[in-house]
Design a protein around this ligand. Sequence first.
Ligand code: PMP
Length: 418
Amino acid sequence: MNTERSAQLMERARKLIPGGVNSPVRAFRGVGGSPRFIESGAGCRMVDVDGNSYIDYVCSWGPLILGHCFPPVMNAIRAVLETGTSFGAPTEREIELAEEISTAVPSMEMVRLVNSGTEATMSALRVARGFTGRDLTIKFEGCYHGHVDSLLVKAGSGMATLGIADTAGVPRAFAETTLALPYNSVEAIEAAFTAHGSEIAAVIVEPVVGNMGCVPPLPGYLQAMQALCNQHGALLIFDEVMTGFRVSFGGAQELYDIRPDLSTFGKVIGGGLPIAAYGGRADIMSRVAPSGNIYQAGTLSGNPLAVASGLAMLRYLKAHKDVYQQLDRAAARIAAAAPEGVTVNRVGSMFTFFFGTGPVTNWDTAKTADTARFNAFFHHMLENGVYLPPSQFEAGFVSAAHDDEAIEATVQAIRSFR
Ligand code: PMP
């Protein structure tokens, strides 16, 4: 496979952009080699600047649940483009998007749109603190909630990939507001509440973890978490930036039948354009400015293009919920092809092949994976035209555009790995 032009672009990028990329995992640091610069995408495929074509299981890290250049989304963006790119004033479609989100996810009684998942979690946390008058937060090791100062403690995603346990640049006082506990342990949450119950504003969790690779909640875990929050007056925040409109139309909260106090959404709700949302109980969200004194704002929040794209995406999914069965079947076929010595974790169309045989239920077990073997697998797949997330500690995503032919080609590529 010729990757000369990608390599040249990486040389050029490195001079001006830290590590050559605008988000760390894109640099292939975990898996080695040089990243592919992408020229275009269509359906389930991407083409790089050297003309190589890949079946894409990153899907922009989740947003492209219907594939690249999905016509209803592209048409919606084109139509709005003609009317202007940003007004900094309210528009009708923002209400429509809030209505779609709130209808799909009933716990989202009120919704505020922001521009990224990071903003959504940062804001939800501020609201939880403002509402409860408490400062501490419980998060879980290996979960990633964006690059929010106080949440970059024992975080997953790029932090896990690069082996950065605690980032430079976060004041100790901020990090000290976070209690990082092992995922899937009810005992750990009980102990934290016993020690600090009256100081804990919120528990924030990826209800299905995607950012240490895919790790589902054990039966009863999320229910126990909610009960402990209720008992101690802390708010439960589901970070559904990855799982929202992905593991089910109503997100992980629908799948596991839990109504969190606050939730965050991103990825799918923008259809590939930058947008995210936070929201939840009306009595809490009505404390957000200008109706309340918890401040949060954004020049481009509710951007017309991003809102139009998200609306087209959600409306399509609402009208075609059978997509979720299709995604499940496609992902199941990939999971079933896993090589020997691999633990497959999968929830719907999110999946990870952990190179190791034990169950993976938290960061301690995830990090025992044989990353050298994963890296060899990653490059084998890439050479065979299959683009997986370039890290053992990220989830892969299947889209509805992954047709039989693409799935079969992927299965063949997996089977030829030695
Ligand atoms: N929360 C979760 C669960 C995520 O997966 C991510 C991003 N992968 C974020 C928050 C941050 O979102 P963004 O990259 O849009 O800031």
